[in-house]
Design a protein around this ligand. Structure first.
Ligand code: GLU
Length: 413
């Protein structure tokens, strides 16, 4: 099933339970605008023409909002699904944004830092007339960083001098030195931790009894591993795109994050550590653990591949977008596994993007502590709304989150 088909399956399901009309379903399935461009860039390997997209899905609640990803699989179908999910996500956490997403089909692992900057500049030039602080506000996503947002703002500002200081409100997730907000770097993981804590408090679960496996060791994965470690959880497995490290005794994610930052692979970082088992990345998905955090790409928890059938975790905290396929939803529900869904669990990133945007538009500055406490309020409120809906209607947290998001987008009572 392609990404957009999965989104459509979830909308069909929610449409039935909310009794939506055909027109309402069509609104949720039809992007307002799909913009496709070819970016001409001179890379270190020579000249290239790259396919680039911006999908502006729905702005019923405010400007289109969502990241730009650089990835070989970032085709139009995927970007469209991700844009639609952004609209749901922003509605679930109650921020006044709609849904959008951008992408460039390119393999960032084959590029130099200068190449990435060149592509970022080309994207900003290519889409400058389609975005704006009150129109469409991009941000980082898979393989795009705060630095690349700074580069995009730099290019965009040259083309839109009339916007003055508000030009920087067109992109969020910038570095703090360039108009970004404290705490945006850890916001996705932190938001997920707040949701997990709220769930655990409701079920009287103790972090000290919890073994966690984290799939993906980029910004979200490494940060969540460290935040959970600080709170007394045992991190028993981590994985990046090449390998996994697993340990019955639990491991210290700070050590491995520091090693990765210094350019080492996880396997190199594992040298000299006793009791570590090395495996393929996907082994962490099914290893013995209480909580699984998919924090990499989509479709990793799917039936047929064995993962949805075999995983041992009782709680899944979805920090990635779309890690669980629609067919896996029913299977996990039948297995009584609590899925804290992406449109809630990873919404901390865009929630803090909203605080950054507000700061750029109105000039007030929040420190890290104030950002985290606003984030906690936003995520805890969203959790209560979702869990209440799930309880009252006896549905999964994903169905509840989609229902809540859809009701807010369509302005239903
Ligand atoms: N790319 C992130 C997401 O998928 C953040 C989007 C944003 O901050 O606009 O939620």
């Amino acid at each position: 099933m392609h990404a957009f088909e999965q989104y459509a399956a979830r909308i069909a399901h929610v449409g039935q339970s909310l009794g939506l009309s055909g027109d309402q379903i069509q609104t949720l399935l039809t992007p307002d605008r799909v913009i496709q461009k070819t970016l001409s860039v001179d890379l270190s390997t020579g000249h290239q023409e790259l396919s680039a997209y911006r999908v502006q899905f729905n702005n019923a609640r405010g400007p289109y909002k969502g990241g730009i990803r650089f990835h070989p699989a970032a085709d139009l179908d995927e970007v469209k699904a991700l844009a639609a999910m952004m609209a749901i996500k922003c509605a679930v956490v109650g921020i006044p944004f709609g849904g959008g997403k951008g992408g460039v089909m390119v393999d960032p692992k084959k590029l130099t830092p200068e190449d990435l900057e060149g592509i970022a500049r080309a994207w900003a030039r290519g889409f400058a007339d389609d975005i704006g602080p009150l129109v469409d506000v991009p941000a980082p996503d898979v393989y795009t960083t705060a630095h690349l947002m700074d580069v995009m703002v730099d290019e965009y500002t040259k083309l839109k001098p009339e916007l003055g200081a508000q030009a920087s409100a067109t992109f969020t997730g910038k570095t703090v030195a360039h108009g970004g907000i404290e705490g945006r770097d850890t916001a996705t993981a932190m938001g997920g931790v707040f949701v997990l804590e709220a769930y655990m408090a409701e079920h009287a679960l103790d972090p000290n009894d919890m073994r966690v496996a984290v799939h993906g060791f980029g910004n979200a994965g490494a940060t969540v591993a460290k935040l959970l470690y600080d709170r007394g959880f045992d991190i028993v497995g981590i994985a990046d795109s090449k390998s996994a490290l697993m340990s019955e005794e639990a491991l210290d994610p700070y050590v491995f994050d520091a090693a990765k930052q210094s350019g080492k692979t996880l396997i190199e970082a594992a040298q000299g550590h006793v009791g570590l088992e090395i495996g393929t990345p996907d082994e962490v998905l099914t290893m013995d653990a209480d909580i699984l955090v998919p924090a990499a790409l989509d479709n990793v928890i799917a039936p047929g591949k064995g993962v949805a059938e075999e995983l041992t975790a009782k709680i899944i905290l979805e920090l990635a977008n779309g890690p669980t396929t629609a067919p896996a939803d029913a299977l996990l529900e039948a297995r009584h596994i609590a899925v804290l869904p992406d449109v809630l669990a990873n919404a901390g990133g865009v929630a803090v993007s909203y605080l950054e945007w507000e700061q750029n538009m109105h000039g007030a500055t929040l420190g890290r502590e104030a950002v985290n406490s606003r984030l906690k309020e936003i995520m805890t409120q969203a959790w209560h709304d979702v869990s209440e809906h799930a309880r009252v209607h006896s549905v999964s947290f994903r169905s509840a989150a989609y229902a809540l998001g859809v009701k807010r987008i369509l302005n239903l009572r």
